[in-house]
Ligand binder design. Sequence first.
Ligand code: ARG
Length: 270
Amino acid sequence: MLTSRVPSPRRYLVCAPTHFDVHYAINPWMRRDAPVDRDLAARQWDTLIRTYREYGHTTESVPPVPGLPDMVFAANSAVVIDNRVFGSHFHAPERRPESLAYETWFKAAGFDVYRPESVCEGEGDLVPTRRYLLAGTGFRTARDAHHELQEFFGVPTISLRLVDPYFYHLDTALFALDADNIAYYPEAFSPGCREVLARLFPDAVRATRDDAMAFGLNSVSDGRQVFIAPQATGLIDQLAARGYIPVPVDLSEFHKAGGGIKCCTQEIRS
Ligand code: ARG
């Protein structure tokens, strides 16, 4: 018999896709010759926010800034644990101004913001679980940032090397199902890091390349509901078999920029 999964209400920070577009190419998904349907993108994003609220989650919005087409990807701008905010320092010069825009929001909301010395792209590369902070490196967030994070939060920080450019951020290859378990695509990681994940999470859900390429691992879970790309059909079945409730939300326009549900969502953990 399946155990019944228990959700917990979450506080999400988001940014409307008012200025979303593909103006430059900083990952293999981005192509300037594939135009974005801005109206469709707006409708898809609205559906995501409405869906979060229907399931009892809170959403708060950072005002979008003209000229920052990737600012919609709120996950990249910080990681927040115990109400402590570790800000971002982007790899791409085009995205660097986003850090200050988010920092301004956090300060107005009463948070102090730590500014990292090394490149660090927030929850794009950082996945907190109950016992660890899982930290990606290889394409964006620098290994040095992992030391800064461990000093700042005092949480054991597990460095994970990403090896496939399609999975350039940790949150394209792995997500937290609940406090103690994850889903991931093993081949996105170096051989040693695959072993580390297998040791730490023997009960993890392992996804196929097809489901990972469909942004199935760029999902958000509240411990019961998993907000997931409808294209990730195999992973949806695996999650349902484990007692989770997959809630499909299609963000196909955002895939053109290399982003999905999780990229658009930052969690403020109190
Ligand atoms: N175009 C953005 C970039 O390459 C997409 C960021 C997606 N965000 C994420 N959390 N993976 O930086």
